[in-house]
Design a protein around this ligand. Sequence first.
Ligand SMILES: Cc1cc2nc3c(=O)[nH]c(=O)nc-3n(C[C@H](O)[C@H](O)[C@H](O)COP(=O)(O)OP(=O)(O)OC[C@H]3O[C@@H](n4cnc5c(N)ncnc54)[C@H](O)[C@@H]3O)c2cc1C
Length: 405
Amino acid sequence: MISDLVVIGGGASGFMGAITAISNGLRSVVILESTSKVLEKVRISGGGRCNLTNSCCEISNLVNNYPRGEKQLIGLFNRFSTMEAFDWFQKKGLSLKVEQDGRVFPCSDSSDDVIKCLTSVAKKSGVKIFTNSHVKQIRIIKEGFNLLVKGNNSFDTKNILICTGGHPSGRRLAKSLGHSIIQPVPSLFSFSTSEKHLRSCSGITLDVQVNLTVNKKKYAENGPILITHKGFSGPVILRLSAFSARNLHANKYNGELRINWLCMDENKVRSRLDYYKFVYGKKLLFNNKPFKNLPRSLWKCILLSLKIDGKLKWAEISKYEKESMVRCLTRNTYLINSRGPYGEEFVTAGGVSLNEINFKTMESKICKGLFFAGEVIDIDGVTGGFNFQHCWTSGWVAGKSIDLK
Ligand SMILES: Cc1cc2nc3c(=O)[nH]c(=O)nc-3n(C[C@H](O)[C@H](O)[C@H](O)COP(=O)(O)OP(=O)(O)OC[C@H]3O[C@@H](n4cnc5c(N)ncnc54)[C@H](O)[C@@H]3O)c2cc1C
């Protein structure tokens, strides 16, 4: 028997695609999943809580969270965006909550509930799910496609939706059907530096302004940075790593990071130091930090890195020492020399070329009846629920577009 649709990959985008397609009138929809368990990435996502979308709903702001695919997502989000995803899950019985920073989680804080929701809706709708079914090869036949599955099973289908995430096999299948692949490189990682003087501050998080220069190209972000024992992490670094992912990869992960620890203008910092010299002249530098929000250990690290004796009194610091402090507080520079470990989330930048997909339908422009959704496409987002949102959106649009008439 020939299926109406075979979805390759039982992840977030595959489930959304299959459920939408069967709800839209397709009669036989099958999900083929390589491993023994579906939705495994949903399970481990968000530290086991699954940050499944974000409350950002203004499309012009929302697309700024996608280093690749920003333009293509405008049209897609006009059809199914964060609000629609939120409603979709709530209507299917999954209660959701929005955290202060806009991230959306299940009220239960358990990714298992997202999995239960998707699998029960899929099964109730009649989607057939086959695990341990790795698709090795796709052949074009008169009625559509023939899929060869590991163990020599085979499936005939009128349409295919490839939802294989960052796994190389999906890109290989797409390539075998004529698609170009943009080289996959990692995104959402921390930065390592060989400079050691900040190590005693590891574990500190604070809001900063950061500029990253890689190969003369500049990237700038504001937000929370985490000092680690190897360098830097936290939301602002993960965001920089996403926007510079390709350039950093090409430059062997070398770059220059410049941090303004206070998010303050140089002149304001200078005036504050002058004020301390004037008012607290008899007090010790170490014990009297001039900026309330600057952690004490970081203040000490900065003085030590400048070889300024913390036992000096404020009145005793020279003009040169004061200017070094201003520079270090507002333009502290670190050489990045490698990619550090991943944060809670990581994704692949790269995949099926955007030029070869019709973003009104998610259908291939090269091969009729072949559709794509999720991370297999050259689209990826920053942390905050944006990667799953792209999966729900592209899966939903593909599912709505697969029409047998
Ligand atoms: C640790 C971690 C935490 C994350 N946390 C978050 C988060 O909180 N919020 C967020 O938005 N994003 C998060 N992400 C990113 C998010 O998980 C991915 O963007 C998303 O899972 C991609 O979904 P997908 O459906 O495209 O692919 P996947 O979820 O990767 O699913 C693809 C499926 O296809 C199967 N497959 C591959 N090849 C074949 C084949 N040839 N035949 C059959 N099956 C095949 C795979 O086994 C897999 O099950 C996280 C990622 C990681 C690694």
